[in-house]
Design a protein around this ligand. Structure first.
Ligand code: BTN
Length: 338
């Protein structure tokens, strides 16, 4: 189910039904389709088709050709079309709405707004680019179009707020599993939930919630992945990476589908009291345990050996004076994440 939402979300741009259908038609073949052929399928004149093609180009889609030669999608574009996303939903969230945007300030903010308006669990918000993507600790999340994945999943777990860190760790496991399933590549988790590839940051997770008395009203679980991002601004070049560093590019749709499948499975197990086993998976996938790390939490800085994670997801740090510090949230300070 794809839902009209641009009126609900300030600053949102989405494809209308005709543009979606036009893209879908273009996607079905690598040959040129004439304006007449497209017009016949869409019930539009050739001029109206041309105007729609221009609109797609203005939105960033690369369409080659002209009304005389016909049109085709420039090869190598990794499209994420709303209908494909709907078809990628796992059984658990099959009935949930999908909101696909060409552009949005932040998928987390949009998902919060939709949650306040009663959107159901499993609602998926995805945008090709974000103008105000947010990272942890108030940072900006660079969200260039066409190459990265920026999505938010809305959850409504019937649990107390203290369970939130568990959900974030679980999501990191889902992302690593999804990347392996979709690309065959092995990534790791830097506590609590940075996704690391070859020592640099490939992605991150931003989980936010609203509470009501002592329960979560809703959780928005945002995932940002620099899947095929070809280059990074100067300030990120040393610490960020993408899978394009392998010399290949990978399907965003396959990765989103694999993430949703992994997430649905892990979330079901989590609700079924199986978090200890999920935490064991996290331990297998982390690059943090066994390393000497420095962690910043607000103005406090802690250094020590990362021993383990506690059952609630807190990091257990052995300090030089022999004490063990339990750290529920914070950020590991390292130039390299290996
Ligand atoms: C981090 O700092 O590591 C977390 C980054 C999370 C970024 C994602 S992109 C999709 C979602 N929408 C946002 O504004 N942020 C998250």
């Amino acid at each position: 189910m794809v839902i009209e939402a641009s009126s609900l979300i300030p600053g949102a741009v989405r494809l209308d039904d005709v543009l979606q259908e036009l893209l879908r038609l273009l996607q079905t073949t690598s040959a040129h389709l004439s304006g007449e052929q497209l017009g016949a399928r869409l019930g539009l004149s050739r001029t109206a088709v041309w105007k729609r093609i221009e609109r797609l180009r203005a939105l960033g889609y690369q369409v080659e050709g002209s009304s005389r030669r016909g049109y085709r999608l420039a090869p190598g574009q990794d499209l994420l079309l709303p209908a494909d996303l709907s078809a990628a939903l796992p059984l658990r969230w099959l009935q949930a709405p999908v909101y696909h945007f060409v552009s949005l300030p932040s998928t987390n903010d949009a998902a919060k707004e939709l949650a306040r308006q009663g959107a159901p669990e499993g609602t998926l918000v995805l945008s090709e680019t974000q103008s105000a993507g947010r990272g942890r600790l108030g940072r900006t999340w660079e969200s260039p179009p066409g190459t990265g994945i920026y999505l938010t999943l809305l959850l409504r777990p019937p649990l107390p707020p203290a369970e939130l860190p568990k959900l974030t760790l679980l999501a990191a496991v889902a992302v690593v599993e999804a990347i392996q399933a979709a690309t065959g590549l092995i990534t790791g988790i830097k506590w609590p939930n940075d996704i690391i590839f070859q020592g640099k940051k490939l992605g991150g997770i931003l989980t936010e919630m609203e509470t009501e008395s002592d329960a979560m009203r809703h959780v928005v679980l945002g995932v940002g992945l620099n899947l095929n991002t070809p280059e990074f601004p100067d300030h990120l070049r040393e610490i960020a990476t993408s899978l394009a560093s392998t010399g290949q590019t990978y399907s965003r749709l396959a990765t989103v589908r694999a993430f949703l499948a992994a997430m649905a499975g892990l979330y079901g197990r989590f609700l079924n009291q199986e978090f200890p086993a999920i935490l064991d998976q996290w331990r297998q996938l982390t690059v943090t345990l066994g390393k000497t790390v420095t962690i910043r939490r607000g103005n406090d800085v802690y250094s020590g050996l990362a021993l383990d994670v506690a059952p609630d997801g807190a990091l257990l740090l052995a300090r030089a004076d022999g004490t063990i510090e339990k750290i529920l949230s914070g950020e590991i300070q390292q130039a390299s994440y290996s």
